[in-house]
Design a binder for this molecule. Structure first.
Ligand code: FAD
Length: 435
């Protein structure tokens, strides 16, 4: 094992770890990055939509060689009952811009590319190396890590914990609590392979254009859950996720929900004839602002999913991971440039910088994210989808019933299901959520 001392050790080669390692290495710091997977991306799961702005701040010319699938020109938001969907679609040719804003990616390929950039910037990257323990000195300062390799103690001025949502290393070291079942979602995903031209026909896209469908409704069995369908070049990513505590309470399995999504009459034709080559499952932090742990200490900082930095309402995670990794690295570079010790006082700069960024500002907006998503989920994920479907059918069927009676019937159905007070309070909750 490596005997030298490093300026920084980065644990994990996902979005946050790669952002941190790249930024520090390109500022001349001596960086070691350790990844337990066979290669970067082998352990990572994402939908995956990648937000260009946050990567541009790290690698401005990433479009030259990054493995990007499709840039998104259309987003469909569907509310589904068992046989229908009611939708809002937004499509704009403005998204066919020279530097598109959002792309679908496949993490196994993307993370490998990002890691090549990290190596090219000068960092040492070791895969198939699990960090087993943080090493501390007599003053409790983190001074390095131990790995599962023989003689595996390595020392550094600062350790960047970019180990993902479970964060076993940090929790075992007592730096933060283990995420609770009510603050993490379990998502499952399949990759459905189809010829490029079939995808183009089914989704009305051409060239590198892509389309996204996000679906809520009865497929999540009254639990707060989101189904997604993302178009890649020659495959479709299809998945769904709900809170771990909801799965436990409902004694429901994620596979059942995914099967329900796949066999829904609005989704089934879109994946018909596809070959499923991959199945994956992963946790997503959904605790919001309240779940953010202590972000720095003597000799360490924590970034990305390990810091629970994920915006479940807007389905953003990788961009918060890249941004927190970059900002932590910039803070470390700044402390290093002043020849300051990597102690808690100096590393507080990371939090100060992160607080000013969209990451914390967005999460602070939804202070109680789990309550927002999960209180009365039965109404939002079952009752309303059914009512919306009934109302749409009632409106569209021409059967000789006078329109005034149709309108009365729709209003009566809503009041019967939720009462006037229930409707008002649900509307207020939604308005407060989006204000
Ligand atoms: C199904 C699903 C869909 C998603 N869709 C989207 C989306 O469309 N858009 C979006 O922006 N976000 C999405 N996300 C969230 C996004 O994937 C995460 O926010 C992002 O991957 C977090 O990056 P990270 O680097 O913090 O963690 P990860 O990407 O999880 O990386 C952590 C890395 O650390 C390594 N590691 C862990 N422990 C150790 C150890 N002890 N030693 C060495 N290495 C270790 C792991 O192997 C892993 O490579 C989705 C998540 C899921 C599960």
């Amino acid at each position: 094992m490596i005997e030298e001392n490093f300026d920084a050790i980065v644990v994990g080669a996902g979005m946050s770890g790669n952002a941190a390692a790249y930024t520090m290495a390109s500022h001349g710091l001596k960086v070691l990055q350790l990844e337990r997977g066979e290669y970067p991306g082998s352990k990572n799961v994402q939908g995956a939509i990648m937000y260009a702005n946050m990567l541009e701040k790290i690698i401005p010319d990433f479009r030259d060689d990054a493995p990007l699938e499709r840039h998104l020109v259309e987003q469909r938001l569907w509310v589904m009952d068992d046989t229908s969907h009611t939708g809002i679609h937004y499509r704009s040719d403005d998204f066919n811009e020279a530097k598109p804003n959002r792309y679908t990616i496949i993490r196994a390929q993307f993370d490998k590319w990002f890691s090549r950039k990290v190596r090219a910037a000068g960092a040492t990257v070791l895969c198939e190396t699990t960090v087993t323990e943080l090493i501390r000195d007599a003053n409790d300062r983190v001074i390095g890590v131990r790995t599962d390799r023989a003689g595996g103690a390595i020392y550094a001025d600062v350790v960047v914990l970019a180990e993902g949502v479970c964060g076993l290393l940090g929790t075992r070291a007592g730096l933060r609590e283990m995420p609770k079942p009510q603050t993490v979602a379990l998502a499952v995903k399949e990759m459905h392979f189809l010829p490029e031209e079939v995808i183009e026909q089914r989704f009305g896209v051409k060239g590198d254009e892509g389309c996204v469908i996000e679906a809520v409704g009865t497929t999540s069995r009254s639990m707060a859950g989101l189904g997604f369908l993302y178009t890649n070049k020659e495959s479709i990513s299809l998945g769904i996720g709900c809170l771990v505590s909801d799965f436990a309470a409902m004694v429901e399995s994620p596979y059942v929900l995914l099967d329900a999504l796949k066999s829904h009459p609005s989704i089934r034709p879109l994946i018909a004839g596809s070959e499923v080559k991959e199945y994956s499952a992963h946790l997503i932090p959904e605790g919001g602002y309240k779940a953010i742990p202590q972000l720095f200490g003597d000799g360490w900082v924590v970034v990305g999913d390990a810091a629970q930095l994920n915006n479940a309402i807007h389905r953003e995670g990788s961009n918060l991971a890249m941004t927190s990794g970059r900002i932590a690295a910039e803070a470390i570079v700044e402390v290093k440039s002043r020849n300051g010790p990597m102690n808690k006082r100096n590393l507080a700069l990371y939090k100060a910088m992160l607080d000013k960024s969209f990451v914390v500002k967005d999460l602070r907006k939804y202070k109680d994210m789990p309550a927002l998503l999960h209180t009365n989920s039965c109404n939002y994920f079952t009752t309303y989808p059914r009512l919306m479907s009934q109302a749409a059918q009632n409106f569209m069927r021409v059967d000789g019933t006078p329109k005034i009676e149709k309108e009365k019937a729709t209003t009566a159905a809503f009041i019967k299901a939720r009462s006037r007070w229930g409707l008002v309070s649900d509307a207020v909750r939604l308005a407060l959520a989006w204000r």
